[in-house]
Design a protein around this ligand. Structure first.
Ligand SMILES: Cc1cc2nc3c(=O)[nH]c(=O)nc-3n(C[C@H](O)[C@H](O)[C@H](O)COP(=O)(O)O)c2cc1C
Length: 192
């Protein structure tokens, strides 16, 4: 199969859509982040890439804490809004009618309407060029009780969604089941 060289880019699909929260001058603010993911298992850590121009960046620098909130598909309009307007100009919490709560960290605001919330303390920050990569240790995970079944998060109820950046920047809910992880590939063992 012939390959087309696309040039250096960030072509990984899909990207999780998250709301990152921070207190800026003592006031909660949230921004949409698609460049974020798990970074470590023990202890649990996340990595989020935030441009220095973001209002949220100020808050993370002030407190060295932030939150990662996993929104559900019913929040897609609020999420998009939080990604196109800045807390430097408007009160997004008020406009979106977010109910804010705090956990162990008094400076990492979280959104009650999001079914999953991670409160994080900054362990490392890397200036990579356009973005600061924050590595946060996950201090606690909060889950809405109606999304927990037998002690585990039920993703059919969480209803997370992702961003497909190409061809035209669209949000998508979870896709079709493709197979059991750490299992379906074991068929190849017969060919070893
Ligand atoms: C779907 C989507 C994903 C985004 N992902 C990021 C991201 O990963 N990092 C970033 O710095 N900005 C990202 N943005 C842009 C910020 O969310 C946007 O500039 C926001 O207004 C910043 O808010 P703030 O100034 O209140 O912090 C994204 C926007 C959208 C709509």
């Amino acid at each position: 199969m012939a390959k087309v060289q696309m040039g250096p880019g960030y072509n990984i699909y899909p990207m999780p859509v998250l709301l990152v929260g921070a207190n800026v001058n003592g006031k909660p603010n949230f921004m949409t982040v698609a460049w974020g993911n798990i970074a470590n298992a023990e202890p649990p850590m996340v990595a989020v890439a935030i441009r220095a121009s973001r209002h949220t960046h100020i808050g993370i620098e002030q407190n060295k804490t932030f939150s990662v909130n996993v929104p559900s598909t019913d929040m897609v309009k609020e999420v998009d809004y939080c990604g196109v307007v800045s807390g430097a100009k408007v009160d997004k919490v008020k406009t979106c009618q977010f109910t804010v709560f705090y956990g162990k960290l008094s400076t990492a605001p979280m959104i009650e309407q999001c079914p999953v919330n991670l409160e994080c303390s900054v362990l490392h920050s890397l200036e990579l060029g356009s973005h600061t990569l924050y590595i946060g240790r996950i201090e606690e995970v909060h889950a809405s009780s109606d999304c927990v079944t037998e002690g585990k998060l039920d993703l059919d109820k969480v209803k997370p969604f992702s961003l497909l950046a190409e061809p035209s920047r669209q949000y998508y809910a979870m896709g079709e089941y493709q197979g059991k992880a750490f299992n379906i590939g074991l068929e190849f063992k017969e060919k070893e």
